[in-house]
Ligand binder design. Structure first.
Ligand SMILES: [Ca+2]
Ligand SMILES: [Ca+2]
Ligand SMILES: [Ca+2]
Length: 641
């Protein structure tokens, strides 16, 4: 239900204080433009949303998962081993495959912690209430449990592409989990790898005749041999340690002839595609037999488990000709299996749209993770660059346009399990942000992600204020009570809990905020399908305003990246505006006055007191423009009619 308030000019005294301030301080702010000329006789239309006891939309309210467009999704990216332990009997892994057994040490950040598929299934209501409609899990296929002094808890060291890792459960449990998620109308995405397998193949020049030594002096890599060196006869002799000749499945993966065998990648030039990723056996994706074999593996995965799509790992380390064949073949196969909206997005670790977009155009992949968006969020909200960085990002969206895809299908995020969490990037910044600013900037970065083009991804734990101490292992904390000392020494944002506690707290203000963001996205067509147009940018921190226009709706999003309140005049033709969301008071509540760990300020935002918070009004000064005042490090979302 809407409460509509028309304030005539003789009722100006009834305007909220912040709005009055924006009218009368306008002349002092350059961004005000012509607003001050009209402020003396405004035809003010202010409309606010009655938010009391409103029901948030969840996945159950969305179109059926099988026919739902990818642009309707809100993703949750989770590492199952670090989430919830639903079955302690599987903690030690395989009882029949020695290479997939053990590696369980919940006190060590590099080993298995016991989380599993059963635990994920138990927490479906937690994800549903967060507004999540799609779950992306780190790889779940059977790994080599231990190699090079740590474990395959992350899932990226695959031995067997046909069965789930026994630490995570059984194939039957995986199917039961997918069924349960689908019952809630939530999609399930697998994380897949075609670039490499576990590290089983060794080189006698580096690892000795038995493959168990380390002969390279003063180096951690087995030096890369170029194609030219190979042609001149300067290559490696492969060796598989005794007893490991048949450990991979399907069987063809055990033959070294289907691998590049050129030594470790130094991440430059030719080695980026042909080199081993820190010893992981680099599959010869240039070989037609391998293209067919990998395609067959993942067709079978689709047929067996009926996932809703794939996130694909290490895409830029595979020749683009591979993707041209692999990607369309799997989408076609999924259609024959009754999954018409099957969707794949690749991990191409690069922030430039010119490079990223090759994979969705030439490479025929539907989408990629938008490392460009992550970089722009970092530049504007951590490094304090101007908001023109965001304008440039969206201007470059044209690079992605082709017959069947656009930047609107990019998958957006602000931090992940490799680079670390956004909150950590804030914490280690040279700008020495206070805990309050870390909270505000984290929430603002997520708002930018939810409300701009692309499909948003929450990195698990962000909704509980997780920070972490770095990337990789340091960013993979437990949601269940952790036994890792370095995790538990870390403070969290907007709560006095640590990772030693259970952190499935649905009253955490970040959880509540993200649930609200998702609700606004689910309820507003233009936030999912609207074309993006930049309305306002500047070369310093401050206002970034953009419209999202779909056939059903026009929305304007106004973001303030500055640490002071900003007022801006925007050229928008409208008869009236409607506030859809603004977090002003919410941000004040979500952050802490005394810093992290302030019990009196944590978790205070509930549906009840949220209802009492008033959105920032958008003041229409004439038919061609509107003026809005946005508090420091905040934003507002309006519908323009
Ligand atoms: Ca377990
Ligand atoms: Ca290897
Ligand atoms: Ca490769």
């Amino acid at each position: 239900m809407m409460i509509k308030t028309i304030i005539k000019k003789n009722k100006l005294s009834s305007l909220p204080v912040t709005l009055l301030a924006s009218v009368f301080s306008c002349a002092l702010i350059s961004a005000c433009g012509q607003a001050d000329n009209n402020a003396s006789e405004p035809a003010v239309a202010v409309e606010t949303v009655e938010s009391s006891a409103k029901k948030r939309l969840t996945a159950s309210d969305l179109p059926h998962y099988l026919t739902r467009n990818i642009q309707d999704e809100v993703f949750y990216f989770v590492m199952p081993d670090r989430f919830h332990n639903g079955d302690v009997t599987n903690d030690q892994g395989s009882k029949t495959e020695p290479l997939s057994a053990g590696g369980f040490d919940p006190s060590h950040k590099g080993y298995y912690h016991g989380g599993d598929i059963n635990g994920l299934q138990q927490k479906l209501p937690y994800l549903k209430n967060l507004g999540v409609s799609a779950i992306w899990m780190t790889p779940i296929m059977r790994n080599q449990a231990v190699q090079a002094g740590s474990a395959g808890y992350h899932g990226y060291w695959i031995l067997d592409f046909n069965e789930i890792d026994p630490h995570l459960g059984s194939n039957e449990e995986l199917k039961a989990f997918i069924d349960a998620a689908h019952q809630e109308n939530i999609k399930v995405f697998f994380d897949i790898i075609t670039n490499h397998t576990a590290d089983v193949i060794k080189y006698s020049e580096c690892h000795g005749e038995d493959g168990l030594q380390w002969l390279v002096e003063n180096d951690t890599d087995c030096p890369f041999k170029s194609l030219a060196q190979l042609k001149a006869g300067d290559g490696y002799q492969t060796v598989i340690p005794a007893g490991q000749e048949q450990v991979k499945s399907p069987a063809w993966l055990n033959d070294p002839k289907y691998y590049h065998n050129q030594g470790d990648s130094d991440w430059e030039g030719e080695s980026a595609v042909y080199g081993d990723f820190s010893g992981l056996d680099d599959v010869n994706t240039n070989d037609p037999f391998v293209v067919a074999g990998m395609t067959e593996i993942f067709k079978e995965v689709i047929s067996e488990f009926k996932p809703d799509g794939f996130r694909i790992d290490t895409v830029k380390h595979v020749n683009i000709e591979f993707w041209q064949q692999f990607a369309p073949a799997l989408v076609d196969h999924a259609k024959t299996e009754g999954i018409p909206e099957f969707f794949m997005f690749g991990e191409v670790y690069d922030p430039t749209s010119a490079f990223l977009s090759q994979f969705t155009t030439t490479g025929k992949m539907q989408s990629v993770l938008d490392f460009g968006f992550q970089s722009a969020a970092y530049q504007t909200l951590i490094a304090q660059k101007g908001t023109d960085v965001l304008a440039e990002l969206f201007a470059n969206d044209k690079d992605y346009l082709d017959a069947d895809s656009s930047a609107d299908q990019l998958v957006t995020f602000v931090g992940n399990h490799d680079m670390g969490r956004f909150a950590h990037m804030l914490q280690k910044s040279e700008h020495n942000y206070s805990a309050e600013q870390q909270a505000q900037r984290t929430l603002l970065a997520h708002a930018l992600m939810y409300f701009s083009r692309g499909i948003p991804v929450i990195y698990y734990g962000a909704e509980q204020g997780f920070i972490g101490e770095g990337g990789d292992q340091a960013s993979r904390q437990d949601m269940m009570p952790s036994k890792v000392a370095s995790y538990n020494e870390n403070t969290l944002l907007a709560t006095d809990k640590t990772t030693a506690d259970d952190n499935f707290d649905q009253t955490h203000s970040f959880y509540q905020t993200f649930a609200d963001y998702a609700d606004v996205v689910h309820k507003n067509h233009a936030l999912r399908y609207g074309k993006t147009e930049t309305l306002y940018q500047q070369s310093t921190p401050g206002i970034f305003a953009f419209t999202r226009t779909s056939e059903q709706q026009k929305i304007v999003v106004v973001v303030n990246t500055a640490t002071t309140e900003q007022t801006v005049n925007l050229e928008i033709k409208s008869s009236q505006t409607k506030s859809l969301y603004s977090p002003n008071s919410l941000l004040n509540k979500a952050s802490t006055n005394k810093g992290v760990g302030d019990k009196n300020n944590q978790g205070t935002v509930t549906a009840e007191n949220y209802a009492q918070m008033s959105p920032t009004p958008l003041l229409r000064v004439n038919e061609n423009s509107v003026t809005v005042t946005v508090p420091a490090l905040s934003f507002a979302v309006y519908q323009i009619d």
